[in-house]
Write a protein that binds this ligand. Sequence first.
Ligand code: FMN
Length: 243
Amino acid sequence: MDLLKQLLSHTSVRKFSHDKLSPRIKDQLLCAAQSGSSSNFVQAYSIIEVTDPQKLAAIETVANGFGYIKDAGAFYVFVADLNKHAQILTQHQQSLEALKNEESFIVSVVDTTIAAQTMAVYAESIGLGICYIGGIRNDLFKMAELLELPEYTFPLFGMSVGYPGKKNEVKPRLPLEDVHQTNCYQSLSAEKIAAYDQLMEDYYAGRSANAGDADWSRKMLAHFHEPRRTHTTEFLKKQGFEF
Ligand SMILES: Cc1cc2nc3c(=O)[nH]c(=O)nc-3n(C[C@H](O)[C@H](O)[C@H](O)COP(=O)(O)O)c2cc1C
């Protein structure tokens, strides 16, 4: 399929057939992930495939999943990882100060995300479905315990990959002109928000699964109603980050 057509047909998959991915396909997915660009070539991520059924069940509980973690063809946790670099610095008696700050953390988050999205695009190109699982951050301490994560690492999100059992309709994105701006920032007007809300209301009302009464503003109001995952700062501190 034409790549743009494939990208425009992306939907998260939350129901997989029970077939596990072959070792060959899993190797390809990982190679695809590693091919992504990396800021200053720090390659600041690790990808942990979780196969232990007990750990998968525990992660499903942390993330409030409904089977789409343990029943996926493969499940990966993408870890923002500066531990490898800390080892090099320690071996050479160099200070870790520059590794513990916001800039280094952002670099590791960006590298990790690029790797994940490159894997996702490749997975979809061979007919697989994916779902990112940010829900693993509901309990960062539990995730660190389950995966034995050392200092200077952060479990950013999981990704379920597998043969789609069911695919949802594509969710309409914001109109292009609301995200593409030229030369300077342009705020979204109340009229444009209302127009997109109408589009999303129609989408939510008409979709074949989980139809309901919702729109984008209402979703965002609920999402930003109160701070989420407030243990994140404490967890980052425990992992050795200083900001
Ligand atoms: C970083 C990230 C974390 C996500 N976490 C979850 C999750 O925990 N559970 C889930 O069901 N979907 C999760 N999603 C999927 C989003 O809900 C989904 O991408 C969004 O609603 C758009 O729908 P689409 O992917 O079908 O186009 C996540 C997506 C991203 C990018």
